[in-house]
Design a protein around this ligand. Sequence first.
Ligand code: ZN
Ligand code: ZN
Length: 281
Amino acid sequence: MKTFILYIESAPDEIRVAILILSLALLWNAENLTADYNKWQHARRNALFILTAAPVQFLLGTAFVAAFDWNQQHYYGMLNWFSFKGSLLAEFFTTFILLDFFEYVYHILMHKYRFLWKFHIVHHSDPVVDVSSTLREHPGETCIRLLFTLLWVVICGAAFWAVLIRQFVQIISNVLAHSNLRLPVKVDRIVGWLFITPNLHHVHHHDKQPFSDTNFGDVLSIWDRMFGTFARLDAQQIQFGIDTIACPEELSRFDRLLMIPFKSMESSQTDAGQMVAESKF
Ligand SMILES: [Zn+2]
Ligand SMILES: [Zn+2]
């Protein structure tokens, strides 16, 4: 285990990129069997977000290194409350569960606050959901997400190796969740008890509330069950996208997608206190 951790720590970026490319490629080929839209055109547009995410990830990478160093020197963070008695597995699973819960909280905040939602809406604006949708993230959201993760890492006092292994699991899970391959209903009922499946994440991408405000989980679905945000919806009833974006041209050009957070929006609160954003393009 220690040798594995040393290996992980020495070549993290290469492994992460390799896992992302491999999982995207494998599912991309499987998806082709069922696609009834222009997959290449759709993927090309979403892949452009790699170009805007890369500099943000590069810049914040140094902040992560500083945070891990600081944690190591100061023994700060929630994980120091636990006694793992040298068990790296126990330390990993505790880190995993804490970070997954924080990701759930982060995702809810992205939906509830208008300033954050204006960035997250770019991900939700995809009119079809497939593995390439995993890449569709506004660079503003990439920055916000990484800053949140940085905060969580410091609050948890998480070890570098544990965060990296969690990221590998997270990448595979996120690509799978966006795949247009759905699990058979019976299998989904079992797997969905613990994990966010494609069937469950598709509900989150439904174009209307309250379904777009459900299934916020990242890897685990247990938080949605615990806090009452879990929902199921039949595939035939799911319509991807955002019902408040009336202008389809906004969704077909990369430069216009980047401008979405900076356009004016009107918002109002429903009786349930949920934010309904109406785009005025
Ligand atoms: Zn969302
Ligand atoms: Zn998504």
